[in-house]
Design a protein around this ligand. Structure first.
Ligand code: HEM
Length: 588
């Protein structure tokens, strides 16, 4: 089998199992399900900071030396530790999260009044979203990604199930019980907080022990992980405090002066630190750009972690103390600056290095990651405008809601979708179930988020009914987007790859094609039935006219990948090709 920059790792392992030892040596088969990563060698080498030429030289040596009984072929296991966390996050956001949010938003739009809703319900929605949707996604991904970027085994793997069960139970209990006016059930509130607390302490134990056990050199992203863990711990203790306060005083609503800044402490502290850590480690390869500007991301790290506690304390005491109030206004500027500095440091809008230009792979996630950072810039923009608005005024409250939404949906949810669409197929060594659904999700979510953020601001500016109407519809766009994403990711996560026994290490015999299907390689079709080339060209695969492209891309791209990348209907195309093949066979 020819080895080139587009060779898919799992295909090479299949036809030359002896190459597995080389991939293991470079830590390149730590993801990818039972058959290995479904990634081109050139991309994986860049993502894992391995020198491509050295790697290919060793792979070719291994192939020349060949297999035989002296080569031990290790089995590849699929690590599914993230699965239940991500699936529960999808269920929670599609029930008490976005669906409930969309209903509340429509109700507010009909009533033309934000205060028409029982605020404890909003807080329950908020908790389900920040812990249930975002928290569980980050926990699931972290348990998979941290041991791999730290090149070590996950410590206390057995605790991960307990962590999951306690988290899911605690979050569901809290979301349901907080707004319920039944005193007989109130004892479940502290129970929910205890369950959540134990789950998060177990998560922190697993991740910290895994990071500390690693012999890998400390990367710039490490401190972001550790800061995120500390803020997760602090916000969990605050959550426990809030719940005990509600329970002891028989209240349903957490005082807003505590709840709103606490939500930002959780989002800026835990969530952004984890997202920034993973982005620093992976975005340069995902977007084929230069590695981060270390000075800039370090500056963001220190400004954010110094400002977050000041942000919380100043907002909490702002109503009572004018110094705290002025501080709560002033602190918005360094935080806004830190967010923009991170965008600059990450180079996310800079030109590609073109290092991976010749590599054939799905890049549909790239626009989602870039758009998420556009929303982070919008978030920073709203944040630095708010101090100029009259404190406690209608307009300031509306800007606050828009800030939340630009951050939680525009940046965080978009980033989760972008990364899940890239990482989970990588974890499993397959393609995303449907790139078309990913593109529709992208359009719907941005439409909904834009309508919400823009309309809610305009409601604050002039209170016109039209903006209540557009705002009221926004939640349904976002619900449609997250439902399609949930379905697409669930199908991808449930896809079972059959384990193929390692083939003997000689070049696979080319099987005479009698019919083509979605897994047939483009090269084999044209190689065996040259007359089908015209059909490729008729369907718009113009680069097939170039024999070099046919000989390189064609050897790795399946008909499924090709049609998805060119938005061609697979069934129609297969019908045309098989028609030509039958015709040819008939002629012979
Ligand atoms: C995607 C669809 C969503 C819809 C339709 C929605 C709807 C709402 C509505 C109507 C409110 C009350 C009004 C306001 O404060 O602006 C609200 C508040 C809130 N939402 Fe959402 N939301 C969505 C997504 C999210 C996400 C993804 C998160 C977090 C990750 C989230 C967290 C919150 C929080 C924490 C609050 C309370 C904020 C506060 O009072 O300070 N929401 N949401």
């Amino acid at each position: 089998m020819e080895i080139n920059r587009n060779t898919i790792i799992k295909d090479l392992i299949e036809s030359h199992p002896e190459t597995l030892a080389v991939f293991k040596k470079y830590n390149l088969v730590i993801a990818g399900g039972v058959r290995g990563p479904n990634e081109p060698i050139a991309f994986f080498a860049k993502a894992h900071e391995v020198d491509y030429d050295t790697l290919v030289k060793e792979l070719k040596e291994a192939v020349e030396k060949g297999g035989g009984e002296h080569v031990v072929i290790p089995r590849l296991e699929e690590d599914k530790v993230y699965g239940k966390f991500v699936k529960t996050a999808i269920v929670l956001t599609l029930t008490v999260g976005v669906t409930f949010g969309a209903l509340v938003l429509s109700y507010i739009a009909i009533k033309l009044d934000f205060d028409s809703v029982y605020y404890a319900l909003i807080q329950a929605h908020g908790h389900a979203q920040i812990y249930g949707w975002v928290g569980l996604c980050i926990m699931g991904f972290a348990l998979y990604i941290v041991p791999r970027v730290k090149n070590t085994e996950l410590r206390h793997r057995g605790f991960a199930n307990v962590c999951y069960l306690f988290a899911a139970a605690g979050i569901t209990l809290r979301t349901v019980v907080q707004p319920l006016p039944y005193s007989s059930l109130r004892f479940l509130l502290p129970v929910s907080a205890i369950l959540e607390c134990i789950a998060i302490l177990l998560f922190i134990l697993i991740v910290l022990r895994t990071i500390l056990a690693s012999k890998e050199k400390i990367g710039i992203y490490d401190k972001f992980f550790k800061a995120g863990i500390i803020w997760f711990f602090i916000s969990t203790c605050m959550n426990m405090g809030m719940v005990c306060y509600l329970y002891r005083h028989g209240l349903y609503e957490i005082p807003r002066r505590f709840f709103s800044p606490y939500v930002h402490l959780y989002l800026f502290g835990f969530v952004l630190m984890f997202i920034f850590a993973v982005n620093i480690r992976t975005v340069y390869a995902f977007l084929d750009i230069k590695p981060v500007r270390e000075k800039a991301v370090n500056l963001t790290f220190w400004i954010m972690n110094i400002c977050i506690p000041i942000y919380f304390a100043s907002h909490f005491f702002a109503d009572e103390n004018v110094v705290a109030y002025r501080l709560s206004q002033a602190i918005a500027f360094p935080i806004g600056f830190a967010l923009l500095t991170f965008v600059f440091g990450l180079r996310v809008f800079e030109r590609s290095t073109k290092e991976l230009d010749d590599v054939v792979m799905d890049r549909s996630y790239a626009k989602t990651i870039r758009t998420a950072y556009l929303w982070l810039i919008v978030t920073a923009g709203i944040l630095v405008v708010m101090p100029f608005l009259e404190d406690g005024s209608e307009i300031q409250q509306r800007f606050h809601g828009s800030l939340n939404h630009a951050l939680t949906v525009g940046f965080i949810t978009m980033m989760i979708i972008g990364y899940a669409s890239k990482m989970i197929p990588t974890f499993k060594g397959i393609n995303m179930h449907s790139i078309r659904l990913s593109n529709i999700t992208f359009i719907l979510l941005n439409t909904g988020c834009f309508l919400r953020v823009f309309s809610q601001i305009m409601v604050g500016v002039n209170g016109k009914t039209i903006f209540y109407v557009t705002m009221g519809t926004s939640g349904w766009f976002e619900l449609a987007a997250l439902s399609l994403f949930g379905y697409n990711l669930w199908k991808t996560m449930n896809f079972v790859q059959e384990t193929k026994p390692p083939a003997a290490s000689q070049a696979p015999a080319t099987v005479k094609l009698t019919e083509v299907n979605k897994d047939t390689k483009v090269f084999d079709v044209v190689d065996q039935y040259p007359d089908t080339l015209q059909i490729f060209l008729d369907f718009g695969f113009s680069q097939m006219a170039n024999p070099v492209m046919r000989n390189t891309m064609g050897r790795v791209a399946t008909l499924d990948m090709a049609t998805k990348m060119h938005n061609v209907d697979l069934d129609t195309f297969l019908k045309a090709l098989n028609g030509k093949i039958v015709e040819k066979k008939g002629a012979v």
